[in-house]
Structure formats: C-alpha cells, structure tokens
Design a protein around this ligand. Structure first.
Ligand code: ADP
Ligand code: MG
Length: 319
C-alpha cells in the first residue's frame, strides 16, 4: 500500500488529504485546475515540505528521506531532458547515479530504447527529436531505474491532440508492463479512466471520491463530481418529478434517454445537433427540460421532433 497523509496550507488554499492506494498499480489524481493535484504530487515526492503529514510505501516510511533518496521517478509536463546528453545518455542518467553495473545498465537502456521505439534515435540529442519522441525519452528516463514510485504530472499536457492520443496508449502500455506504483495527475477524465485502475477526485484540496474508474463514473457521489466527469443530464427534484421520478435530484446515466421515433411517446424538440464524427450528440427539449442524448447518428436535424423514453433503471438518485 502507498499511504499518503498531508496537510499543507497556502494563503487562500489548504490541502487536506489522506489516501491509501494500491501498490504496483496506477492511480489517477483527477481534479480541476487549482484543486491541489501538483501540490499533492510534490508533497509525495518530498519536493515541498508539508505542514503535517507522512508518506509510507509498504512498510517503508519515506517521510524523513530527502527527495533524491526516496527512489521516486518523475515526469512533469515540461519534461526537461538534458540537452547536452544523447537520448541514450538521458535514459541512462538515473542508472549511472544509482551506480548500476555496466552490463545491467546497458541492457536496461537498450531494452527501454526498444520498447519506446527510440533505438534509431539513441545517439541523437533531444532537440533533434519531435515533441512526442522527447516525451517518450522522458518517460524512459523516469522508469529506467525502476523507481518505487512513479509520479507523473499532466504527462501529456504540452502535446497536441493527435500526439496526446498516441502517447496516452503508449503510456498506458508501459505503466502496465512495468507494474510500478504510479500516481498520474490529469484534469482530463478520459485520460484518468484509460490510464488508471483507481481514480481519486480532488476538489479544493480535498478528496471527494475514490474508486475504480467505472464505479466513479457510474456512481458519482454528488452532482459536482457527476458534472466534472462530463455527465450532462442532472435533474433537479422538480424536473425529476416531471419525468415521473421521485422528487429528488437525479443523474441520468448514459443510455437513460432513449429515442423512439416510431412510437406514441411524448415528443422532444431537437434544439442542437453536435456532430463528433463517429457519434452525434443531441440537445433535446423535453417537457421543458433540456436533455442530452448521444449515439449513432439518428438522422435528426435541428428543429425535428422525436419520441423520447426514459429508462428509470438508469436514473441515479443524488444527494
Ligand atoms: P493543480 O495542480 O490541481 O492545478 P496546484 O497544486 O498547483 O493545483 O495548486 C493548488 C493551489 O495552491 C492553488 O490555489 C495555487 O495557487 C496554490 N499554490 C500552489 N503552490 C503555491 C505556492 N508555492 N505558494 C502559494 N500558493 C501556492
Ligand atoms: Mg498542476
């Protein structure tokens, strides 16, 4: 288990977190900008001191150790590679520091060059590589010494969309293969869900929910979490009542709103049609309530009318 417990106060902000996380797995720290994600990571790494708190990994107390003795690997958004070293030397850096024997060092660096597809670039300097390649070097450098704990802060943050996707799947594969205990910070829920077994949601310095990705997504504890995770159909008690549900707040999970073009269900008006490519989103006005539907293109234009049916089994009561 990785156990972190911290109190850290800044003017106007306080982080108060207590977490137990699985070892050998990836956990995502997910939260909006300013929720304390980077602060939590830096506290875990020992880069900033807590007002109070500790870090334990298994039966090892990392708290009294300075960052360089914690055997923690980092990967930050501005992955500063050493510009005067080659790709090979960058990846080997931590191994040289840790005095790995020559043969083991060479084997580890070559293995990582191969797994990251960087073998042809081994003798180049970082500035001769593309952004995506540089980020792969940074990842290989971080995992090379087999850190006890790998901390990644918005590792895909600085890249453009296409590259992000490529690297996301690459990172996912490497994290699973390495079986390192990893904490990855992101503000993007899809990224968190894809990378991590466990997702921790931070809001204003506090943990609001923790669980498996599926669980957090389909059972958000409160409306704020639901909205943050991208859910769109949140109903007030009064709206719930109008839709035939008990008079309390509800979240309609994906699939709850069904289109029934050829039946006698009450009709909704298509107010907006969003074309995403593989799927289409529709904002509907139904009994005076704005509802969102998404799926394969049903061929409905803005202004069209369509029957709507609600599946009450997918309506989740919220506090
Ligand atoms: P996130 O990474 O989730 O965007 P941060 O952990 O960077 O959030 O910041 C959380 C809060 O702590 C913010 O309000 C930020 O302004 C504040 N903060 C972070 N570092 C410092 C610092 N060194 N001094 C004062 N306030 C800080
Ligand atoms: Mg941050």
């Amino acid at each position: 288990m990785l156990e972190v417990e911290f109190l850290k106060r800044y003017p106007g902000f306080s982080l108060e977190v207590r977490l137990t996380l699985p070892e050998g797995k990836t956990t995502a720290l997910l939260g909006p900008s300013g929720s304390g994600k980077s602060t939590l990571l830096k506290l875990t790494a020992g880069l900033i001191p807590p007002d109070k708190g500790r870090v334990r990994l298994g039966n090892l107390d990392l708290t009294p150790l300075p960052p360089e003795r914690r055997k923690v690997g980092f990967l930050f958004q501005d992955y500063a590679l050493f510009p005067h070293l080659t790709v090979y030397e960058n990846i080997a850096f931590g191994l040289v520091e840790a005095r790995w024997p020559k043969a083991a060092l060479k084997a580890r660096v070559e293995e990582l060059l191969q797994r990251t597809g960087l073998t042809p670039h081994a003798q180049k300097k970082p500035q001769a590589l593309s952004g995506g390649e540089q980020q792969r070097v940074a990842l290989a450098r971080a995992i090379a010494p087999r850190p006890r704990l790998l901390l990644l802060d918005e590792p895909l943050g600085a890249l453009d969309l296409r590259l992000r996707e490529d690297l996301l799947f690459f990172l996912r594969r490497i994290l699973r293969e390495e079986k390192t205990t990893a904490l990855v910070v992101t503000h993007d829920q899809e990224e968190a869900f894809l990378l991590a077994e466990t997702v921790v949601i931070l809001r204003e310095g506090k943990v609001v929910q923790k669980g498996r990705a599926e669980e957090v997504y389909t059972r958000p504890k409160e409306a704020w979490v639901a909205r943050f995770l991208g859910h769109k159909n949140l109903l007030s008690p009064e709206e719930s009542l109008r839709l035939g549900l008990p008079p309390r707040a509800h979240l309609l999970l994906p699939g709850a709103v069904c289109l029934e073009p050829k039946t006698a269900w009450k009709e909704a008006l298509v107010e907006e049609r969003l074309f995403f490519g593989a799927r289409v989103g529709l904002w509907l006005s139904y009994l005076g309530i704005r509802l969102y539907w998404e799926g394969e293109d049903p061929g409905l234009e803005e202004g069209a009318r369509v029957g709507v049916r609600l599946n009450p089994a997918l309506a989740l009561p919220l506090d």
